[in-house]
Design a protein around this ligand. Sequence first.
Ligand code: ADP
Ligand code: MG
Length: 272
Amino acid sequence: MPDSTVPAPLSKARVIALANQKGGVGKTTTTINLGTALAACGKRVLIIDNDPQGNASTGLGISHGQRDVGTYELLFGDAGLEEVSIKTDVPNLDVVTASVDLSGAEVELVGVGRREYRLKDAFARSRIAYDYILIDCPPALGLLTLNALAAADAVMVPLQCEFYALEGLSHLVRTIERVKRAFNPQLDIGGVVLTMYDRRNNLSDMVAADVRGFFGEKVYETMIPRNVRVSEAPSHGKPVLIYDHKSAGAQAYIQLAGEVLKREKKRQLAYG
Ligand code: ADP
Ligand code: MG
């Protein structure tokens, strides 16, 4: 009989890194709102704010006073997730915040041992159960992002529906391949999500078609529309699903979560 007081090992969690070295493509917005939508489906979700800008922490309504420990302590201390994660206002959704020191981490990581594996090692010593861990990466391919990629099962790439969407993407794909070879053989692009889609703009459709041509079935059918409620929500410290759950943006993220869960089920059936 399994003892319900002992949490399941963290290795059961599906770890997804949201990465794209471009800023402003919707990484943080997707992390917060996909995380909220998965939590609303009853999944236990953890968001790790791995960007010194701390936008995911802010968008989840976590004040600076509540950020005395966070991702920095995971990377440089011996804390487990259970010691640094905090609850959000969303049931089933926890966050590890970007504590102030994280802004120095990129430089400090250069000088420490197992510098690409600090996050993975932190996961290994953690004793807390989640179904999904979403890591919000900074807009760079430095050591913070490498730590996320080395610790992840899959990468989710948000792409903004704009003319330059595919620019720089080969660099990202090469980086993922390199991390796969050197640090994390199981890593793969799990999905590509098109963000800030504008159906009145022909360019949006052209970009979407291009991206689908390049990534094929990796691209989620759900496209996140450009929606003012999505951009307003963070200033209220709320995911758009809470701020205005009827908005087109909130509905799209619920649909995206459905696709993520469906793919996960398929993957589990295929690989056990
Ligand atoms: P990144 O984390 O990749 O830098 P963000 O998620 O912070 O990108 O998004 C960049 C900006 O675009 C933010 O101001 C955000 O509120 C806005 N934004 C993101 N997604 C949408 C959307 N679907 N509709 C409108 N604004 C959006
Ligand atoms: Mg961001």
